[in-house]
Design a protein around this ligand. Structure first.
Ligand SMILES: [Mg+2]
Length: 259
């Protein structure tokens, strides 16, 4: 990984960024990172939050943060606001989502029966398309149990993805990269797949893997070093600071060079 200082900001149109442990620390949004979002937005850079957090949270984030689109549940859906009000989009059709919900019900029952010590994420009631289990938010699940949980879910035919706080059962074909591309098409009418090099992606852990792979200008905040073993493709660049401090460093670099 190269230093973020060697990322050429020329032509950057937007920043797509993860939330947990990329702009937050211990679950709380860092002031430097929030100020950095305003600096980027003020400089005309589009901002897209892409998180494993629930779609019920992205409804709030897109209204309160200086972002154009907020993508939730690792790409399953997204929310944006324009002059006509708030809108939502989904990766899968409504009939597909009904089938996916039945799959998730089965995962919920099977995990409860086989691993009763594992708890569903506390933000579950705000979720619409995926099912998340707490591995590091309010509990600290041992690695062997996390691996057993993943094997159980995948044995039921679903994919999984893992952030610093949750393991997600993913019942559809989305990931953060494909969700962000679809969301930007819906919200801004931009075909990001044709200009991926104009969008910077910033993240920190396993559920950012697809985006690190897809975006040529991908950046890890410094704490990404703790998760390189779960990333088939590491980010191309890395910040000096961790979490929101790293995000703020990158933003200053992008804005400074654009000015
Ligand atoms: Mg994260």
């Amino acid at each position: 990984m190269d230093s973020y200082r060697s990322l050429d900001p020329a032509g950057v149109r937007g920043v797509v960024f993860d939330i947990d442990d990329t702009v937050t620390r211990n679950g709380v949004l860092e002031p430097d990172a929030y100020a950095a979002m305003h600096q980027l937005a003020g400089a005309g850079v589009h901002l897209v939050a892409v998180t494993g957090r629930p779609l019920g949270w992205t409804d709030v984030i897109v209204r309160q943060w200086p972002v154009q689109v907020a993508v939730g549940e690792n790409g399953a859906g997204w929310t944006w606001v324009d002059a006509a009000g708030a809108h939502e989009g989904y990766f899968s059709s409504e009939p597909e989502r009904v089938r996916q919900a039945a799959l998730l019900d089965r995962v919920r029952r099977e995990v409860a029966a086989a691993m009763p010590q594992v708890t569903v994420a506390q933000d579950d009631r705000a979720r619409r398309c995926d099912l998340a289990f707490d591995i590091g938010e309010w509990v600290s699940l041992p690695r062997a149990e996390i691996d057993a949980l993943i094997a159980l879910i995948e044995g039921l035919g679903l994919r999984t993805t893992e952030s610093t706080v949750h393991v997600h059962a993913v019942p559809g074909p989305w990931d953060k990269a494909s969700g962000a591309v679809r969301a930007l098409r819906d919200a801004l009418g931009v075909d990001v797949s044709a200009e991926l090099d104009r969008w910077v992606f910033v993240g920190d852990s396993g559920n950012d893997a697809a985006a690190f792979e897809r975006f040529p200008r991908s950046v890890g905040v410094a704490n990404v070093r703790e998760h390189l073993d779960r990333l088939p493709v590491p980010p191309r660049y890395v910040t000096d600071g961790d979490r929101g401090r790293g995000f703020a460093e990158l933003a200053a670099h992008l804005v400074g060079r654009r000015a």
